[in-house]
Write a protein that binds this ligand. Structure first.
Ligand SMILES: Nc1ncnc2c1ncn2[C@@H]1O[C@H](COP(=O)(O)OP(=O)(O)OP(=O)(O)O)[C@@H](O)[C@H]1O
Length: 236
C-alpha cells in the first residue's frame, strides 16, 4: 500500500535531469520532497502524474504501473497532481472549474463531489459564481487543490504549495494538507519553506541535481540542518 518510485530516470531537452531516484509515499501521511531550484522536484511530480515520459525506472501505485500511462489513467488509478503555479480556467466560474475536474465522475455524482470539496474549502462557496481569474493566488490554489481532491485520490502530489502566497493563506493550506493526510491520503509535498515542509511531514527526501541526497525521517532532517544547507548550496 504505497506510491513508489524506483530508479526513476528522466531526460528533458536531451539532458538527463533525474539519474535514478527512489521515493516512497505511504498513505495517511505527508512526505516532503525538498531541494534547490532545478534539482528535479517538478520533473519528479510531472513524471508521477503522467505528464513526462521516463527514460528508465518504475512508478507504481499499490502494484499498478503508472509509468507509461496517460494523465487521465494516472488519476483513475487514484493519483492526483497539483502542478506548480495554481493555474485555473480564468474565464470559467469557480463552480465550472470544479465541475470541469469532475468529468470522470458519473453526472449524478458531480454535485455531491463538488459539495464535498466545498466542505474542505468553505471559503470558496461565496466565490462560486465569479470568474476564476478574479480570485487571489491563495484562492486559486484552493481551487486547484479542490480539483485534485474531487476524484477522491488515494495519493496527492502538490508542487509548490505556497509559492508566492500570503502567510495566512499558507497556514490555511497547510491545515488542509494535514487534514487530507489524516483522512488517509498519501501526500507528496513540494514546499519552498523547508521549516513548514518538515513540520508537517513524517518522512523527507532531498534531491540534489537529479540524485537523492537524503531519504529519512523529517525529524532527522530537522536535527541535521547541514544536509539541507549543503544541498541548497550545491545548486548555487
Ligand atoms: N521544459 C524544460 N525543458 C528542458 N529542461 C527543463 C525543462 N524544465 C526544466 N528543465 C530542467 O530540468 C531540471 C530539473 O528541473 P525541475 O523543474 O524539475 O526542478 P525543480 O527542483 O522543480 O526546480 P524548480 O523549483 O525551479 O521548479 C533543471 O536542470 C531544469 O533546467
Amino acid at each position: 500500500m504505497m506510491l513508489s518510485v524506483n530508479d526513476l530516470r528522466l531526460q528533458r531537452g536531451g539532458k538527463a535531469v533525474l539519474h535514478g531516484i527512489d521515493l516512497q509515499v505511504p498513505p495517511g501521511e505527508v512526505t516532503a520532497l525538498l531541494g534547490a531550484n532545478g534539482a528535479g522536484k517538478s520533473s519528479t511530480v510531472m513524471a508521477i502524474g503522467g505528464a513526462l515520459p521516463l527514460t528508465g525506472g518504475r512508478i507504481e501505485v499499490e502494484g499498478n504501473a503508472l509509468h507509461g500511462q496517460r494523465p487521465e489513467r494516472v488519476r483513475a488509478l487514484g493519483v492526483a497532481v497539483v502542478p506548480e503555479g495554481h493555474r485555473v480556467l480564468g474565464d470559467l466560474s469557480v463552480l465550472d472549474n470544479l465541475r470541469a475536474a469532475a468529468t470522470a465522475l458519473p453526472a449524478a455524482r458531480v454535485a455531491d463531489a463538488v459539495e464535498q470539496v466545498l466542505a474542505v474549502f468553505p471559503e470558496l462557496r461565496v466565490k462560486l459564481a465569479l470568474p476564476a481569474r478574479s480570485l487571489s493566488g491563495g484562492q486559486k490554489q484552493m481551487v486547484c487543490i479542490a480539483q485534485a481532491l474531487i476524484g477522491k485520490p488515494r495519493y496527492l502530489a502538490i508542487d509548490e504549495l505556497s509559492l508566492g502566497l500570503a502567510p495566512t493563506v499558507v497556514k490555511r493550506l497547510v491545515e488542509v494538507v494535514q487534514q487530507v493526510a489524516r483522512e488517509g491520503v498519501g501526500v507528496l509535498l513540494i514546499e519552498q519553506f523547508t521549516t513548514v515542509a518538515l513540520a508537517v511531514s513524517s518522512r523527507a527526501y532531498v534531491l540534489e541535481r537529479g540524485r537523492m541526497a537524503f531519504a529519512g525521517s523529517s525529524q532527522e532532517l530537522r536535527s541535521r540542518p547541514e544536509i539541507l544547507h549543503s544541498s541548497y548550496l550545491a545548486a548555487a
